[in-house]
Design a protein around this ligand. Structure first.
Ligand SMILES: [Zn+2]
Length: 345
């Protein structure tokens, strides 16, 4: 028995000593490896990736298959240089091309409850959200901003098709309401760029409830006598088409945009008939009285400036840049007066 006690005591002492030594050895090992793995390698990687990543980024046009250099594509507002196909564009890039001097401020959108149904298909809804946030760098599928176009103050909202198909969840509903509320508060027109695969199934009926909510938001603008202009981009489908995307005072679409409630494939399978060419495309809908105009993305800003000013009863926008009022001597101070007043109108 005494032997056994001694053995147990020895074992105890040994067990205490070994992890301690091991920890020291592991720490020493980390000390030398740390500098290489945690500092040197990431620095080298970032140096190379910073230079090489943009050069290697090419996109393929889904319409004609041409490989498009991303920088050239960006300067062309994401329109194919070969066939003029309008590719999806992020809300931020859209706003940069829309507002004067690419200057705009974001309008805050109230955050809804995250994952209210605890939804899960192949992936959990929060995981899908995180993946979409990482891929787009945006928090959700709609961005609201305010700024000036042709020196006319406006509020604009844009949907992001890259973010879970631009699907209309609670936040998109909140964004449309926030945009309309801001427009009414500041007496500004609202321009909305729609792009969506429809409602967000992960939010179930709560996503469908955004249809009446956004319709009420549009009604707020109507009651305030403020213009609401919708630009439909490829594709705008489902519940979005069935609510705020079709309620504009002026309905504009980008060329070739698919605009529908149920898509052509679904209809073809249901009625078992061949659909006409260009069915549910922007030009087809324009011919059938569903749209007011189809405008190329490059001409969109000019068109919007003209339409907004017409609807607000303002004189045409000044195309050239006006000199700064401060630079004018006091004696000639009267000259830039109307120009400045016009800009603020
Ligand atoms: Zn193309």
């Amino acid at each position: 028995m005494p032997g056994a006690t001694r053995g147990a005591a020895g074992g105890f002492a040994f067990r205490r000593a070994r992890p301690y030594l091991g920890a020291v050895r592991r720490q020493r090992g980390k000390g030398t490896m740390n500098w290489i793995t945690n500092y040197v390698r990431p620095t080298i990687n970032s140096l190379f990736s910073r230079r090489e990543m943009p050069e290697n980024l090419w996109s393929k046009c889904p319409e004609c298959g041409t490989m498009l250099f991303h920088r050239e594509l960006a300067t062309n507002l994401n329109v194919c240089t070969a066939c003029d196909h309008h590719l999806a564009i992020s809300p931020r890039a859209r706003f940069a091309g829309l507002f004067d001097g690419a200057i705009f401020t974001e309008v805050k959108v109230p955050e809804p409850v995250a994952d209210p149904l605890g939804f899960r298909d192949q992936k959990k809804y929060p995981d899908r959200m995180r993946a979409a946030q990482k891929a787009t760098g945006e928090r959700e599928a709609m961005l609201v901003a305010e700024g000036e176009i042709g020196r006319t103050p406006v509020v604009a909202a844009a949907q992001d098709f890259a973010f879970m198909g631009g699907s209309m969840g609670m936040l998109v509903g909140n964004a449309v309401i926030a945009a309309a509320t801001r427009a009414v508060e500041r007496r500004k027109p609202l321009i909305l760029f729609a792009a969506a695969g429809g409602a967000r199934m992960q939010e179930g009926i709560l996503s469908l409830m955004q249809m009446p909510r956004t319709t009420v938001a549009v009604q707020m603008l109507r009651d305030a006598g403020l213009p609401y202009i919708v630009v439909l981009t490829n594709p705008t489908t489902g519940g979005v088409t069935a609510s705020y995307a079709m309620l504009g005072d002026v309905q504009i679409a980008e060329p070739g945009a698919l605009i529908c409630f149920a898509g052509p494939r679904v209809i073809e399978q249901t009625i078992r008939e061949k659909l006409p060419d260009g069915f549910q495309r922007a030009e087809y809908l324009l011919d059938h009285g569903m749209l007011d105009r189809v405008t190329h993305r490059r001409k969109l800003r000019e068109d919007l400036i003209v339409i907004v000013r017409l609807l607000l009863g303002l004189p045409p926008a000044v195309a050239a840049d006006l000199p700064a009022p401060a630079a004018v001597p006091a004696a000639e101070g009267a000259a830039p007066g109307p120009a400045e007043g016009e800009a603020k109108a």
